[in-house]
Design a protein around this ligand. Structure first.
Ligand code: SF4
Ligand code: SF4
Length: 178
């Protein structure tokens, strides 16, 4: 027998609905397309992440956003499984900017302090090196041994300035220090 989703179980906690949530999403660039989603499911059926995940469904996330059930979206680590490949956006028959709406939702999640652990680490790497991943010394030595040119160095003062302009400096500090 297929188990009922948590929200449909008899003693499930009632969900809080925030009627203003969809307007919060729709005032951001790409977010305005949320209102034209008619729930056909093409985004989910073409999403490469959904194919390998039991919980990640872009169609469901958009429906929850339309209904204003923010508590099921913003704190959820599932939101971060999107790889921004844009397949959903290409396939949507309604021209919903699905990947854009998901980006808006992640930005709102960050503003509320919901950032999965790996992201501050990746952000620190960009801060320190200009790259998302720190390239190990051993790999740099091997490049040199094989006569490959050194990797380009990032202009860290410009990276610093970009992060500051994007509001990243504030978000990267621990919440209590803001
Ligand atoms: S493909 Fe477009 S219209 Fe269909 S569910 Fe996804 S976002 Fe909504
Ligand atoms: S952009 Fe995200 S939601 Fe859309 S198809 Fe790619 S992984 Fe799936």
């Amino acid at each position: 027998m297929v188990e009922k989703p948590e929200v449909l179980k008899k003693n499930a906690e009632p969900l809080r609905v925030d009627p203003s949530f969809k307007y919060e999403v729709m005032k951001e660039p790409d977010g305005e397309t949320l209102k034209i989603c008619f729930q056909c499911g093409s985004c989910t059926s073409s999403c490469p992440t959904a194919r390998f995940s039991d919980s990640y469904r872009p169609r469901t996330i958009l429906r929850l956003a339309q209904l204003g059930i923010r508590e099921k979206i913003l704190p959820s680590p599932t939101l971060w499984l999107c790889t921004a490949c844009f397949t959903c956006t290409d396939r949507c028959p309604q021209d919903v900017e699905v990947a854009g709406v998901l980006r808006v939702l992640r930005n709102l999640a960050v503003k509320e302090g919901h950032i999965p652990g790996i992201f501050p680490e990746l952000a620190s790497n960009i801060y320190e090196t200009g790259y998302v991943y720190k390239i190990p010394e051993m790999r740099l030595r091997k490049r040199a041994e094989r006569g490959l040119p050194p990797l380009p160095k990032a202009s860290l003062d410009k990276v610093d300035r970009l992060i500051e302009l994007a509001g990243g400096t504030k978000l990267m500090k621990p919440k209590e220090a803001q």
